[in-house]
Design a protein around this ligand. Structure first.
Ligand SMILES: CC(C)(COP(=O)(O)OP(=O)(O)OC[C@H]1O[C@@H](n2cnc3c(N)ncnc32)[C@H](O)[C@@H]1OP(=O)(O)O)[C@@H](O)C(=O)NCCC(=O)NCCS
Length: 188
């Protein structure tokens, strides 16, 4: 592996031609989503605002997307208020490079980007199979928190999968205590 070249790009600054190699990377990392990841359609739910990409010899080998959004803290499920987050998704490392530290480097770039965006927190939901990865790179699971969301199939669902946060501009002690959060925009 040569040295990775990192970039952080706003979605509207990417050329159309840049999406196809990103789609190819994401399809390799998310084989269950290959129906959605076709051609230049390098997203599955919402399109990111920002993309963090690592390239090896010009080829994308790691990717994460960020959208800023408010989560609503459901007042029927504990105290809290709406909270601005940098919602992180489409986290992917080329399968040929798994377990080599690229994911850790990617998430360090993600946190730097969240701090640069001046959002209080990073937020993501993940499958139980990768909770350990996010914990290993410094994210914290919100215990007992469910997220009411619009799924990538456009259904409203209550997701019990791990919801993870990372401090950016504020300490985690400022995170609202509600046990149900509503994410009203389409998931990334
Ligand atoms: C999850 C993913 C991004 C991890 O990337 P990676 O480059 O393999 O991660 P790293 O090698 O940098 O690992 C960082 C740490 O996380 C740990 N880790 C990596 N994957 C893990 C997993 N699935 N479960 C538990 N721990 C994991 C590593 O052991 C390492 O810990 P250590 O430094 O304490 O030894 C990668 O497996 C991937 O792209 N998976 C497919 C897409 C996906 O599931 N994305 C997440 C969707 S929410």
């Amino acid at each position: 592996m040569t040295e990775l070249v990192w970039s952080v790009s706003w979605e509207t600054d990417l050329d159309d031609a840049e999406h196809e190699p990103l789609t190819a990377l994401l399809a390799r990392a998310y084989p269950a989503e290959t129906d959605r990841l076709v051609g230049g359609r390098s997203w599955t739910g919402a399109r990111p605002e920002l993309r963090i990409v690592a390239r090896d010899g010009g080829v994308p080998v790691a990717h994460a997307g960020i959208i800023r959004r408010f989560l609503r803290a459901d007042p029927h499920h504990g105290p809290g208020r709406d909270v601005l987050v940098g919602h992180v998704g489409l986290v992917a490392v080329d399968p040929d490079q798994h377990r080599g530290g690229v994911g850790r480097a990617l998430m360090a770039q993600v946190v730097d980007t969240l701090v640069g965006l001046d959002v209080p927190f990073g937020f993501l939901t993940c499958g139980p199979d990768v909770e350990g990865f996010y914990r290993a790179v410094g994210w914290t699971r919100l215990p007992g928190v469910a997220v009411r969301m619009v799924s990538i199939d456009d259904c409203v669902v209550t997701d019990q999968d791990p919801a993870m946060v990372h401090a950016a501009g504020r300490p985690l002690t400022d995170w609202p205590a509600a046990s149900v959060l509503a994410q009203d925009g389409r998931g990334i």
